[in-house]
Design a protein around this ligand. Structure first.
Ligand code: SF4
Ligand code: SF4
Length: 217
């Protein structure tokens, strides 16, 4: 039994080390099976899709003392490096980019990166809807890669927001609403007024006020 499991664990360790050596702060793995019924931003043949990709690798980074565009380019380059690594091994790969909007009205990507990040154990989903990592605080940027490479999944973690409501109280556009949830809210709209939020215009207040934020620059 041990011999059957070990190669998968070794491959997982190797790819995680490769990603960390690129300078990425966090990396985790989740199986895609639990997301089969999830709302997706595009109508697709789900059976075919989930046969083609069985795992997601999720990369996350801290907000560094660098322009956002530089951080975004850094994460894109890292994802392309990982894609090349996997393709060189003959694997199927699809990058899940945070700015891909397949449904621009509902602002939905192909598959929720935050759900993947939660599943991959990068952190819990805070009241700001950001993923909060105990190591680095709110994750500034996630990018995902779906693949058929066999990998060992990470474990998700419980919510540690406790009684804190800083992100809601300090949001300058009153875009966040207090909703009790443990793993994730029933819907994003229950918590976030997408039209009021200025996250796409560079607002980072909910990230900056989170007590879990760490200065890692
Ligand atoms: S990004 Fe800004 S506007 Fe959007 S929820 Fe956070 S603090 Fe509010
Ligand atoms: S600011 Fe507080 S409530 Fe908001 S995500 Fe961070 S810990 Fe959770």
């Amino acid at each position: 039994m041990e011999n059957l499991i070990k190669p998968v664990q070794d491959e997982t360790t190797t790819i995680k080390t490769f990603i960390k050596n690129l300078g990425v702060d966090l990396v985790g793995v989740t199986r895609l099976e639990p997301y089969k019924e999830m709302i997706m931003g595009i109508n697709t043949d789900r059976d075919e899709f989930f046969q083609r990709y069985q795992n997601a690798i999720v990369l996350g980074c801290h907000l560094k003392d660098k322009p956002a565009i530089e951080m975004n380019l850094f994460m894109e380059r890292a994802a392309f490096e990982v894609m090349t690594y996997l393709e060189d091994k003959g694997k199927n790969v699809l990058i899940i980019h945070p700015e891909d909007e397949y449904d621009p009205v509902k602002r939905l990507g192909l598959i929720s990166l935050k759900a993947l990040a939660r599943g991959a154990g990068l952190g819990w989903q805070g009241r700001s809807l950001l993923i909060i990592s105990p190591q680095i605080g709110p994750i500034y940027r996630c990018i995902g890669l779906l693949t058929d490479m066999e990998l060992t999944p990470d474990e998700s973690m419980p919510n540690h927001c406790g009684d804190c409501t800083q992100c809601i109280d300090k949001c300058p556009h009153h875009a966040l609403k207090y909703v009790r949830f443990e793993d994730h809210p029933a819907s994003r709209e229950d918590v976030l007024d997408v039209r009021a939020c200025r996250g796409d215009k560079g607002c980072n207040v909910c990230l900056a006020v989170c007590p879990w934020i760490k200065n890692l620059n």
